[in-house]
Design a protein around this ligand. Sequence first.
Ligand code: SAH
Length: 501
Amino acid sequence: MAKGIVYLVGAGPGDPGLVTARGLEVLRSAEVVVYDALANPRLLREARADAELVCVGKRGGCHTMRQEEINALLVAKGKEGKRVCRLKGGDPFVFGRGGEEALALAEAGVDFEVVPGVTAGVAAPAYAGIPVTHRGYSSSVAFVTGHEDPTKEASALDWARLATGVGTLVFYMGVKNLSQIVERLVSNGRPAATPAAVVQWGTTPRQRTVTGRLGDIAERAAGIEPPAVLVVGGVVALREELAWFERRPLLGRRIVVTRARAQASDLCERLEALGADVVEMPTIRIEPPADFAPLDRAIERLPSYDWVVFTSANGVDAFFGRLALAGKDARALPRVAAIGPATSERLRAHGIRADCQPARFTGAELVLALSAREALAGKRILLPRAANAPEPLRKGLEEAGAAVDEVDAYRTVIEARADAETLEQLVEGRVDFVTFTSSSTVRGFVEAVGRERLGALSTAVRFVSIGPVTSETARELGVPLAAEAEAHTIPGLVEALLRLV
Ligand code: SAH
């Protein structure tokens, strides 16, 4: 049996980009992932498909394990010979009880390694624009637990020294004890005028920062729930100039992305980079068509066509998949047209530069662009598309005199189930925007929500469409649009959304 090993890995403070390269490598190769509430669930997608995922944290509806049970679980999995990733919020050894887990492993003779992480006490202030040390303001920093009851007689903390002997103080787990912490610091000699800040959900789209002075921070931050850190010290004042993260235009906006999960990443990443809290609601799924025979026959006859016209990146991938199976490659293609930049981009990945791409990305524009290149009368055109794709493009090409073979390259399947939590957020108005990137995403959304329940969605939710064909479907199905993208591309959609905030 292989020898087991347990890695205690810091998941970082929330932003999934803040896990270390080593942490990600361990997570990707682990057979067992044991994670807790503060590790971003987004990271779990990096785990192997066959990995056993064990949630031991408080949130997310899973059963909370006692520390002894967690220790025992890690020891047991290690002894079974497993490669275990113990994913912990922030850094495993900073208030994470990682030390206890490591000791349990050491005592049981199970191999372990530690992968440090970015701790919340540094990262949350950094995203709030507060450097924990700064020349002239503070040359020392202390990470302090705010968990213990500060009124208890024999405190483990030396409050007198903490209050006066350290430049910057960062309290973890202290939200519930804010006023006692403040009181202790002030009564032990820290001036009530010292700048202070509470940073909640630091490094995530839900980040919220409240600033004040020691004298009033408890009152100002009264409504704040965990997780949050309290930062005390002159460095807090730097935030006025340095609060970079909270200037992101979509910070805290919740945006539902209805695209198929496999294709959503570009849109999601762009929105997240602008600060949005993205909720994926995959309303469609891409599958092979019922029958590949028509596409395969067309591929056999490729030399007889004048043009192959692609209308989506999915169509490109499906086509090249079958082309490879037929033992051919890009050299078998005649001239190639693409409806827009995403399709062209995918073609480039297969070694093809499109000969024609219209300036505006609709079927009608594509017919115009092709006709401008040469008379289409008598030309043979292959159109590999989604099964049930809208007809206007084929008709437009035929009206221009071309002979068109439209073949199914893939199928868009509606995912008619919606996540209950997302539905609730839509009804309660806790969603700011819903994006549609195709007619089928609109159809999928309406099915998932239920036609009869469309009217029950909050009027606070605004719907944004990528272009006229998608908008038309939305109108037909009774989905009120707040905006349509000017350029019918993902960046165009993001632009349209930005104009609404
Ligand atoms: N090991 C973790 C800390 C675990 S203790 C680390 O190194 O970050 C849990 C405490 O961490 C919370 O009560 C809160 O004070 C702090 N915390 C964790 N994530 C946070 C976040 N995103 N923003 C602000 N504080 C956070």
